[in-house]
Design a protein around this ligand. Sequence first.
Ligand SMILES: Nc1nc2c(ncn2[C@@H]2O[C@H](COP(=O)(O)OP(=O)(O)OP(=O)(O)O)[C@@H](O)[C@H]2O)c(=O)[nH]1
Ligand SMILES: [Mg+2]
Length: 383
Amino acid sequence: MFVDTAKVYIKAGKGGNGAISFRREIYIPKGGPDGGDGGKGGDVVFVASKDCDTLIDFRFQPKLIAEDGKAGSGQKSSGRSGKDLIVEVPIGTVVKRGDEIVADLTHDEERAIVAHGGDGGYGNWHFRSSTRQTPRIAELGNPGEAYDAELELKLLADVGLVGFPNAGKSTFLSVVSNATPEIADYPFTTITPNLGVAKIDDHSILIADIPGLIEGASEGKGLGDRFLRHVERTKVLLHLIDVYTDDAGKAYCDIRKELANYSDELASRPELVVLTKIEGVDQEIIDMQMGAILKENPDAKVMAISAVAHQGLTEVLRELREMMAEAEPEVEVEAEAEPEIPVITLEIKEQKHRAHHQKYQLGERNAIQELGADEATETDEDI
Ligand SMILES: Nc1nc2c(ncn2[C@@H]2O[C@H](COP(=O)(O)OP(=O)(O)OP(=O)(O)O)[C@@H](O)[C@H]2O)c(=O)[nH]1
Ligand SMILES: [Mg+2]
């Protein structure tokens, strides 16, 4: 089953608590504080994978929770960090938190942290100072990010096929590409999108075939217009019209109206209009239907093909290729710049340390309150 939306709960791990502990060793009656820091909570990380093509798994696993960090312990031991939760998603997955887009994974193996784990708390070893030799305070770990997310799959293709049911969209895809979509002489044969790669003049064109649209699709008629999400990100639309239709001009306008109702952006996408099934049809009829389309839109680019007789296909692919290049001029790829290496100087470390001390200069009572005394991890180690 092809599933292109899912709702999931995402939660990163909580940071481990810092420990309150004091050194207890024979011959050292008053050992100093030695409570270690808590470990960082695990992140929730999404990775796009070409081996994954629907969001169906998330319907069965709606909670994605990364591991918490472990608490610190005595002898300045830091707690172990929580493991990141790595989740594979299809290429083209958009992660939304309300209206905010948290991630949009468009390439194979692209990664995004969709929820950050909380930092671990400092152990009491961090809070020693000349005036406070027995700090009975430690920090709690921070909670990890958590939210309800909406996942949406929007296929990434160069060309999107639109048109009425039976216009010949899947047939076109099957003859120009490696795809093997279902084809039949009844409307709504295609109920889930198909992708195929066509080759033309040493270039590849990724084409998306979606279910047919009908008048009123934007109000839910037929299969509705929700599949248009899969052509939303294409560079060019290929609008197919059956040459046997009564009035190609009206057919053209009906589909244009549905595209406009879906989004202005989609309606303004470069479009190639193509009459299909022209083998065995008089040139007069073809000209008449082309004229009817041009009457509605004098700027329309109109061509004619027969997928069955392999007529006009190369010309259409070449035109699509040119339109794609115009839509997105190819940029010469520059050598990748050296990634900037973050430099942490001793000075920055010192500043961090000082900031922490200042925070707790308020006095032990405040700090303990902040910790919630009973929540602290207390370790006494006797040897
Ligand atoms: N004669 C002729 N028939 C064609 C041609 N292309 C497609 N057909 C026929 O038209 C019918 C519909 O073709 P499909 O490719 O399934 O049409 P579609 O646009 O994908 O239809 P939906 O998936 O229902 O939206 C089938 O019976 C095809 O065999 C063509 O070039 N010539
Ligand atoms: Mg089809």
